[in-house]
Design a protein around this ligand. Structure first.
Ligand SMILES: [Mg+2]
Length: 458
C-alpha cells in the first residue's frame, strides 16, 4: 500500500452552477496558465493516488459545463437499438497512463467505448491545471479525442461554490497550491471574482513571514495589489475597511509549506477572516470547542486527501494529504489538542462521487440523445476502474447513489496496487474490489460480459 488517507470532515452542500459566460476563453486560459507556469521552479507532477471534495448539489441544479465544448467524439458506426444502461468511470494515473505514457490497452478501451456510444467519465485526484488544458494534454497522450464534458479532477467541484445561496462569487477567497498564480487563474475561470494568493499578502507585508521566502522570485512575479489593506492595530483603521478572506482553498500540493501554514493558521485564528486580527473567542473554555474556529473564520478546503503518491523516485512522495496533516498538527499544538475543522473532497469522499455521477448522467444523456436515443433511460450501473484501493475502490464501495445507480469497483494491476508489493491485506473490507483485472481493457471486457453486451467485441 502506497499511502494512507487523512480523514476530513464531510463536505457541505454547495449548489451546482454553470461557468459564467464572462469566463475567459479556453485559449485565454491556456495562455495565462502557460505564462503563470513559466515562473514556477519545478513542474507540477500528476498524482498517482488522489482524493477530493463532494457535491451534494441541489437536485434541480444544473451541472457545470465547459464553455469550450469540443466536437462530440462518439460514433455513429455502431448504434445500439437500446441505450446501454451502464457507464464507466476511469481513474487516470496507473489506469490509463503511467506518467506520460499510455498503458497498453487503455486507449483501445476508450476508443471502443466511444465507437459504441458507451459513456464514460475520467475521475482523477490530480489537479493544478484547468480542465481545458488537462483534457487537451490527455487527448494528445492517449491519442483519442476527449472533452471536458466528462472530466472531473480534484478541484473541479470547487466551481460549484460560485453559485447557490451561499455563493462565493463576489467574496474574497485565498487560494494556494503548487503554483498559486495558476490556481488563481483556474479559480477565476471557475467564476470567482476576488482571488488572493499568498504572494499578494507577502509582497504587501513582508513582515508576515520573518524568513527569507523560498519562492521570492515567484512571489515578485505573480503578486497583485491587495483589494483592501491588512488590518493594523492602533492605526485607527476601521475593521470593515480591512482585507477579509471568506474562504481558503488548497487546489493542489503547496510548495512553501512554512509560509502557507502560517497564513492559513493566521486566518483560522482571526476575527471573521480579517487578516491581521486575532479572535477574542480563541481558547474561551465557556464556548463550544473552547472558542476555536467559532468566530466566523473562513472555511478551509482541501481538494485531495492523498498522503502519498508515486513519482519517478523509487519511494512514495508526500502528497497534498501530508500538507493537510501538517496544518492539522500545528493546529492541535496551538489549540491544546483541538481538531482542525476543514472540508476535504476528492476520491474516496462520497461528495466527489456524487458530483461525478451527476456529470456522467448529463454527459450520458447528451451522448445518447445525439445518437438518437431520445429516452436514454436510467443509468443502472457505473464501473469505477481504478488502481488505488484507498481512493478509487473504497470510494466506489462506500458511495450510495441517490439515483439508485450501482457503482462497482474494478481494481487493475497496472498501478500502485500489486499483489507482490501491496498484498491481500490492502484489499480487505471497504478496500475490497468487486473484481481484480490486469488492465483497463480487461476491466471493460469484464463489465461488458457482466452486462450481457451483445455488440462488437473489444
Ligand atoms: Mg491512480
Amino acid at each position: 500500500m502506497r499511502g494512507s488517507r487523512i480523514l476530513g470532515t464531510a463536505f457541505a452542500r454547495p449548489n451546482l452552477t454553470a461557468l459564467t459566460s464572462s469566463s475567459p476563453s479556453s485559449s485565454q486560459i491556456s495562455r495565462r496558465i502557460r505564462s503563470a507556469a513559466s515562473s514556477l521552479p519545478r513542474a507540477t507532477q500528476k498524482h498517482v493516488r488522489s482524493a477530493p471534495f463532494s457535491t451534494s448539489a441541489g437536485k434541480t441544479g444544473s451541472l457545470s459545463r465547459s464553455n469550450d465544448r469540443e466536437s462530440r467524439q462518439y460514433s455513429t458506426k455502431n448504434p445500439q437499438a437500446e441505450a446501454p444502461p451502464f457507464a464507466f468511470a476511469f481513474d487516470i494515473d496507473g489506469v490509463l497512463l503511467h506518467v506520460a505514457t499510455p498503458i497498453p490497452g487503455a486507449p483501445e478501451a476508450l476508443k471502443f467505448l466511444n465507437e459504441n456510444n458507451i459513456p464514460f467519465i475520467l475521475l482523477t485526484n490530480g489537479g493544478g491545471k484547468h480542465e481545458t488544458e488537462r483534457v487537451k494534454d490527455l487527448s494528445q497522450k492517449l491519442g483519442i479525442e476527449l472533452t471536458t464534458d466528462n472530466f472531473v479532477q480534484s478541484h473541479t467541484p470547487f466551481r460549484q461554490l460560485v453559485g447557490g445561496p451561499d455563493s462565493l462569487r463576489e467574496k474574497t477567497i485565498l487560494v494556494t497550491g503548487a503554483n498559486a498564480e495558476k490556481c488563481r487563474l483556474i479559480a477565476e475561470a471557475y467564476g470567482f471574482r476576488n482571488v488572493v494568493t499568498p504572494a499578494d499578502i507577502i509582497k504587501a507585508h513582508p513582515e508576515v513571514f520573518p524568513f527569507d521566502p523560498l519562492l521570492d522570485t515567484v512571489y515578485t512575479a505573480t503578486a497583485r495589489p491587495l483589494p483592501k489593506p491588512v488590518f493594523t492595530p492602533g492605526s485607527g483603521m476601521n475593521l470593515k475597511d480591512a482585507l477579509k478572506i471568506d474562504a481558503m482553498f488548497v487546489f493542489n500540493d503547496p510548495r512553501d509549506w512554512a509560509y502557507d501554514i502560517q497564513l492559513i493558521t493566521d486566518l483560522l485564528l482571526s476575527q471573521e477572516g480579517y487578516v491581521g486580527t486575532y479572535s477574542p473567542k480563541n481558547g474561551d473554555a465557556a464556548l463550544p470547542g473552547c472558542g476555536w474556529q467559532q468566530d466566523g473564520q473562513p472555511q478551509l478546503y482541501f481538494s485531495n486527501a492523498d498522503l502519498l503518491w508515486s513519482t519517478g523516485f523509487h519511494l512514495p512522495r508526500f502528497g497534498q494529504g501530508a500538507f493537510q496533516a501538517a496544518v492539522a498538527g500545528v493546529w492541535r499544538r496551538l489549540t491544546n489538542g483541538h481538531e482542525l475543522q476543514r472540508r476535504v473532497i476528492g476520491k474516496p469522499y462520497s461528495e466527489t462521487y456524487q458530483f461525478a455521477e451527476r456529470v456522467l448522467a448529463t454527459h450520458r444523456h447528451d451522448v445518447l440523445k445525439s445518437r438518437g436515443h431520445h429516452e436514454p433511460g436510467t443509468l443502472k450501473s457505473v464501473y469505477m476502474v481504478g488502481d488505488n484501493p484507498e481512493s478509487d475502490i473504497a470510494g466506489a464501495n462506500d458511495y450510495q447513489s441517490e439515483a439508485g445507480t450501482e457503482w462497482s469497483s474494478v481494481l487493475v494491476r497496472t498501478g500502485v496496487w500489486s499483489p507482490e508489493h501491496s498484498g491481500e491485506k490492502a484489499i480487505q473490507g471497504r478496500f475490497k474490489p468487486k473484481v481484480i483485472v490486469d488492465d483497463a481493457r480487461e476491466a471493460v471486457r469484464w463489465a461488458l460480459k457482466r452486462e450481457g453486451w451483445t455488440g462488437p467485441s473489444l
